[in-house]
Design a binder for this molecule. Structure first.
Ligand SMILES: [Zn+2]
Ligand SMILES: [Zn+2]
Length: 135
């Protein structure tokens, strides 16, 4: 993945889980309308595993080293995702970062980042949904 990355620090709410993620926000972020994403108001970004480091607390995540929600505070942090079936631009593991779990991301930088909308609700991931204002 080309582009300039910035190292951000992330954590769950109770701070048992901590990590760093090297993110190029100009490469885009995603919001999806599926029920899983909607119920957590998810705003996500996907990075290469090489740009990710788990600093502490993976044992507190529901998926262990693969990531997920903190068992104690319920906040979603990061998750390793196998993208092998997603098409030629993907393949192998990526790390899906919950942007809201980043602690030192300037809001202006986030607002400047492109957002790609996914129609996960209709299993049509590559076409933006007709309505996105609520996401
Ligand atoms: Zn926690
Ligand atoms: Zn979704």
């Amino acid at each position: 993945m080309a582009g300039q990355t910035t190292r951000y620090h992330g954590s769950c709410h109770c701070k048992k889980v901590r990590f760093t993620a090297d993110i190029d926000l100009s490469a885009g972020t995603t919001k999806c309308n599926c029920t899983w994403c909607w119920k957590q108001r998810r705003w996500g970004v996907m990075i290469e595993p090489a740009g990710f480091e788990a600093l502490a607390g993976a044992e507190h995540l529901v998926g262990g080293e693969r990531g997920g929600f903190c068992r104690h505070c319920g906040v979603n942090t990061y998750a390793f995702v196998d993208t092998s079936a997603w098409g030629p631009a993907f393949g192998g593991d990526r790390v899906a970062i919950n942007i809201a779990s980043l602690d030192d991301l300037p809001i202006d930088d986030l607002l400047a980042a492109p957002v790609r909308y996914l129609d996960g609700l209709h299993d049509d991931w590559w076409t933006p949904p007709a309505e996105t204002r609520h996401l």
